[in-house]
Design a protein around this ligand. Sequence first.
Ligand SMILES: [Zn+2]
Ligand SMILES: [Zn+2]
Length: 256
Amino acid sequence: MFITTEPCQYCSKQQVEAPWTLCQDCRRTYAKTLHQLHRNMQLLQRVAHHEYKLTDPGNGGKPKGGEAPSPVNMHAIDLLDEAESLLQDAWYDAGFVWSDKWQRLIPRMQTHLAWLCRARNAGRFLRQLIRMSRRIEPYVDRRPRTRRIIGVCPECGREIQAAKNETLRLCKCGNPINVAELREQSRDKAEAIHLTKTPAGMSQWLRENYGYEVSRKTITDALRRGKLPSSKPIEDGYWEFNIREIVAFAVSKTRH
Ligand SMILES: [Zn+2]
Ligand SMILES: [Zn+2]
């Protein structure tokens, strides 16, 4: 018996037997994509309804009842519509003639995955669904990020924190901060940056900003023994710490 095989429409690497149009790996990818897209769309819907905020607490951005929807909410609604049309098109392409709202359609697609993976344009739709899920992601991504101090705002002098992949941060004074640029500048200026804190405050600062565990007592002892020569006492238990010195000290203490 002659079995026709064609390259998988999505990866083009595997040969697939009719009536499949996607290989086994890509069928799994399709299932995963539907799952992720469903979750992302549910979160995006909550964004649209103001139930889910992306801003960090304390950053403002609180929704105010009775006001016109903000641009982000309008955009969320548009994006949901667009995603729903795409899902319906993928569904029609698999030969179905009726459709539904995305909330009911996606679960149905998940139980009819085999049909979807035999659809005439399965590869193209899988590609578009993956892209759609990625487009939604930035609106619903609220993973807690570990932010480290990268320097101080050139406008107001406040400490600026940024996570690894962030390229732009807004200082509390409103000044937009180019993260890469500030990192670069701070590297040169690190020596000149001082922080006024108590030893307990410094211990907390090191833990929060660098993840180093150095106790208040360790810092007090080091100050008393002159192990931090660039740090100067101010008053009321406050010290002016040299950031580079104290960070180097913290590194030496946590290596043991
Ligand atoms: Zn494939
Ligand atoms: Zn500022």
